[in-house]
Ligand binder design. Structure first.
Ligand code: 4AD
Ligand code: MG
Length: 479
């Protein structure tokens, strides 16, 4: 007999017909010689109930139906008398596909998140992680669909690279060299000419620079792949390996970039509400009672578009009125997450797209705002800043902080090179990037969305380690 998935069996109304389902036992209970099994096969958060008469099964089989065991059940599909489920199965035969003894680590309900991370190989079998992982899949589908429908091409950028996009230097090296016997020059610097690629290479921190090559040829592209950061950030928002979505678009200006950021996030959130109803309802009940309300709220909000300089003014005003922050926030300081959260959660109470950041802590490739004679600059909608600024446009979200980092790109070769000089950057490995500004340069813009940060928002989970199947963080690469 052909197996029916639990999600289909629960919808099926062909009562009286025989059916075969396979899955893992979530629980078994019995009363007056009748047993009830909650069986789940991962196709849905919902279990199907298997009902049977102890008398029809041998004792040995009944003993082996334990929490976590894998079963194949044949029986009759019947309308369920129990509330909250349409159908159940009256079992006629049960085959044990895989036994599960009492050392099974998911025996007890209510295990802590920390404990579940130590059994990451099994935690996808829990209700919560099943829900998160189905939502994660759905978000990937939403992303591909959004860009496909809007005429973007999926562009594959390399994971191994000889350049550092963000210039932050926190990259993982890729080498086949014998680390115990490194060839070095007189100054003690490693020579890579005998390494696999003949030069020093690393895992990419972002596909943006190659993405720009795609955009300046195909018009609009997006990447969606893993990126790697060797930053020693042990926070609930950072992974060493995370997935990033990076659209890059020719002829897009600052305002249109912000439109894209807002429209794209809303599309993804709406997709979750439309396609992940059962899983969201479960998370709303078990994890975060305001989850669905918050997701619906985002769809209704118009995101605030806020120049950094105005943001600093708001923060300074708050300090004057008694608000205490741990870190300073004077003009020129990078915002700490407490500042971002104050703006988003307390001041505006909605998502904020912050723009026109000081040049000092943003990346070299961002479009430079027009400078004024007194050393200031003019940015978004004529807003004046006391120092040089760039058209970075980050999206800040409630409870997440930065969810998107983006910018208009500096398209002028001369301005870009002036910035490179100011930073004393070595551009030997980026000669091809500079070519985009030499040959038919065009205005363009793009952003990077941290996939796991989006999943955090959509699931209401608190720790980024719990929205990716196998998290990679400092001192942890198990599974
Ligand atoms: O702000 P970031 O560093 O921007 C870039 O890499 C640009 N090159 C993107 C672009 O314009 N194409 O990273 C982008 C986003 C952040 O806003 C955040 O959501 C996520 O990537 N992110 C991380 N997510 C998890 N763990 C980390 N360690 C992350 N670092 C960044
Ligand atoms: Mg950033």
């Amino acid at each position: 007999m052909k197996r029916t998935k639990v999600i289909d069996a629960l919808k099926c109304t062909a009562y009286g017909s025989d059916i075969n389902v396979k899955g893992w036992v979530r629980s078994k209970r019995g009363s007056k010689g009748i047993f009830f099994i909650a069986l789940n096969d991962g196709s849905t958060i919902k279990n199907i109930q298997i009902v049977g008469d102890d008398a029809n099964f041998d004792e040995e089989t009944l003993k082996r139906i334990t929490t976590g065991a894998c079963l194949s059940v044949v029986g009759k599909l019947v309308e369920s008398p129990a509330a909250g489920q349409a159908s159940e199965i009256q079992a006629t035969s049960i085959e044990i596909l895989g036994d599960c003894d009492n050392t099974y680590p998911l025996q007890k309900k209510g295990a802590s998140w920390e404990y579940l991370r130590t059994v990451a190989h099994l935690r996808p079998r829990t209700n919560t992680f099943g829900a998160i992982l189905r939502i994660r899949h759905n978000m990937a589908m939403a992303i591909h669909t959004y860009f496909h429908e809007h005429g973007y091409f999926y562009f594959h950028t390399p994971l191994i690279t000889a350049s550092d996009c963000e210039g932050a230097g926190n990259m993982f090296q890729v080498t086949t060299k014998n680390l115990y016997d490194l060839k070095k020059d007189e100054q003690g610097k490693i020579i890579y000419d005998d390494d696999f690629f003949g030069e020093q290479t690393s895992l990419t921190v972002s596909g943006q620079l190659e993405g720009e090559l795609g955009a300046t040829a195909l018009g609009a592209i997006y990447t969606f792949g893993p990126t790697f950061r060797a930053e020693n950030s042990n926070t609930p928002r950072h992974l060493a390996e995370f997935w990033m979505i990076e659209p890059e678009v020719a002829f897009l200006d600052q305002e249109e970039l912000m439109d894209l950021e807002e429209d794209f996030i809303k599309y993804c959130v709406k997709w979750a509400l439309d396609n992940c109803k059962d899983d969201l309802e479960f998370l709303n009940k078990m994890i975060d009672k305001t989850l669905i309300e918050r997701l619906e709220g985002v769809l209704k909000e118009t995101f605030v578009r806020l120049p950094y300089t105005e943001g600093i003014n708001i923060l300074q005003e708050a300090i004057k009125n008694g608000k205490k922050f741990e870190f300073p926030c004077n003009w020129g300081d990078d915002l700490a997450s407490e500042h971002e959260r104050y703006l988003v959660e307390e001041h505006f109470k909605k998502p904020v797209i912050m723009t026109d950041y000081p040049r000092s802590f943003k990346s070299f490739y961002m479009k430079q705002n027009q400078e004024t004679a007194d050393g200031g600059s003019v940015g978004y909608k004529g807003a004046v800043a006391p120092g040089p600024t760039m058209q970075g446009t980050d999206v800040l979200f409630p409870s997440i902080g930065e969810i998107i980092g983006g910018s208009v790109r500096e398209e002028s070769y001369d301005k870009l090179m002036a910035e490179v000089k100011r930073r004393d950057m070595d551009m030997t490995h980026l000669w091809w990037y500079l070519d985009t500004r030499k040959y038919g340069s065009c205005p363009h813009a793009g952003f990077g969305l941290g996939f796991e940060r989006l999943i955090l928002f959509v699931t209401g989970m608190q720790n980024i380690r719990d929205v990716i199947p196998f998290p990679r963080t400092p001192r942890n690469a198990e599974f």
